[in-house]
Design a protein around this ligand. Sequence first.
Ligand code: ADP
Ligand code: MG
Length: 759
Amino acid sequence: MLVDPVPPPNSLRRLKGLSPKKAEALAQAGFEYVEDLAFHIPGRYLDARALIPLNQLRKHLREPVSVRGSVISSLVIPGRRRSRAAVMLQDQSGGLLQLVFFDYPEWRAKQFQTGDEFLIAGYAGEYKSVLQIVQPPFIEHLASPEEFVQGQMLPLYYLPTSLRKAGIRDKEFRSLVQKSIDAGKGLDLFTEILPPALLKRHRLMPRTESIEEVHRPKTPERLEEAKRRLKYEEIFFLELRLAVERIRMRRAVKGVVKYDVSRMMAVLEEKSSEAQGIAERVLLSLPFRLTDDQRRALREILYDMSKEGQSYPMNRLLQGDVGSGKTIVALLAMLAAIENGYQCAFMVPTEVLAVQHFDTISRILKDTPLKTALLIGGQSKRERAAILASVASGETHIAVGTHALFQKNVRFQRLGFVVTDEQHRFGVAQRKALIEKSAEAANVEEFERDMFRVTLHTPEIVTPDVLLMTATPIPRTLALTIYGDMEVSTIRELPSGRKPIKTMLFFEHDHAQIYKAAIRRIEERGEQVFIVYPLREKSQKVDSEAAEKAYEDLRSKAFKKFRVGLVHGKLSSQEKQDVMRRFRQKEFDVLVATTVIEVGVDVPNATVMIIEHAERFGLAQLHQLRGRVGRGSADSACVLVASEKLAGEAENETSDEIEQSSLALERLRTLVATSDGFKIAEADMKFRGTGEILGLKQSGKVRLNIADLTADIALVEQALKDAGELLEQDTRLARPENRPTREEFLRQYRDAESYLHVG
Ligand code: ADP
Ligand code: MG
């Protein structure tokens, strides 16, 4: 690798006492400049008050713990495949703890001298009644017993394995961080970047001081203040960026449709029962009464469509738990748009779901002159050409489809209303692409158009109204942060008559019992069963093969007497649809599936959902899967089957493995404990971090080192307001006191330059 002969002043290579080899390892791990280390915030702190006496450790198995002990013995145990070092520690309480290290050379084991003191943090397990921490993620030799004194807080940094391999231990890393802070201060790298007025208003700790404090806290209280400042700073710049994008988006708006929704509104508010148009007729002829929440959501949407008191296109998020009845709300809104002479597009993430929505909508509109079209991959050329022509001529009123709907060759005659269902599913992959696109092109108009504003293809220049739907609800401020200037409607109540779904957690060794219960449902009540396998690999092929194997096995053994179907990602779109249709028509008792059935699939007679390797799914995903049952009037069950290794005591389970499995179990228990989608979404964000969920992390654009958009919601609210106000007062951040803010903003977001310079 080429090394710059003269590293820049802030390069870590310039730190005294750092060998080129270690500097290289650090650079490889993403630590190239002193700022990288200074902003590498410790994940945890070891507080002397929180040390657990070893004789109490048994009460804290499989939880994060910090302990201290001195070595009483150390030996290398040769193994058949790998040797390991076993180091026994004891503390003043008299309790014992064994540390186990794999592949430890003998000389390392010898470094543990009898009487040496160590601080250790990690997850403890128990094997054959010996308490152990295997591969402790944090271990520090104490030179003298005084070195770690009461009240002191020691930062614990997450060190990538590559750094440990390069011989960098915790203590050295800590000292490198301190050296980096000193170097950064010398180079004026941590000068204030927040507007003075905000610093004062929120009583924020100065920047340099905060950085010093988080790496070497004087008191827990000061640590909190320092973190609050650094979090605010991160969130503030994120909000500032989003505020700028919002302004640009609004400028990009072309034409706005003012829909006349008065008749529909009157019927909805029960001021009129006169069905003059199709929309009202459909509304009045529904086989059920809309819930109050559905009504309110629809009113909010219609109000936006009417553009009373606003001059922007609708941009609204409709969030409602699985099964809360979002589809019909969207359909009624679409009908109102159609009554006004516009076409609608209904975009969904999967083909299976597209077909289902197409079926549902066609069924509801059966007695009307309205025409619905389905546009998905895998349609024949002729079929596709006919559909495209009908969409282009305006003959089709509603086009349902996957993102195939928004390919360049799709033209609408008068597209006025766009619905995106299961918005969260577009999250990771699509939104990432979009964010990247917007960043690289520095052109938000383009990205907007590609996603839903197909103004390019309509003769009449109109920016359609957009309704996004999701069953993964997020707090309003977060929605604002993620989706920009978006209004939110929420459906909280489920239609009456739904029975709660009983959720249970089992392990693989319980299979016989689980299948027996499922079979009873099939035999005694004629109900149907889903058995779902997770996406294990990145490849559809491997997953499909795993599902195929499970299918063969289930069909020839546990469910031999029953009709078993199989659906997975490797099937063609047509085959998938066939299987789903046949399952809906009760031609199968059991459907073995990969996650292709995750979203939106509606089969009321299916009452049992068995999810294999449940720990491999995200919480929101599990909740979605669970929502595939409980759709009819019969009581339903969701069985989460966790892998055997989560069940407990295994030999030499490492601290990291224990950490992972206890988190996994905690996640699954959340699902057993609650069926409230809002609570689950919150928990999901807690476990996985908002960045990951919302596809922000992958974008590389949003670097949240310390802030957490869910946990720090009050700061998000504040920063959102502050950023908006700041731009209102000083649109281009041109005032002298805002200069540093402007410079930092441009440093973080180069692509935003055009906004601040032009116009
Ligand atoms: P989701 O919000 O998860 O997309 P759907 O729109 O698929 O939910 O609705 C789930 C089921 O509930 C559908 O079969 C739908 O016909 C039915 N449904 C919707 N609204 C009501 C209501 N107000 N009363 C009874 N059933 C309803
Ligand atoms: Mg739905």
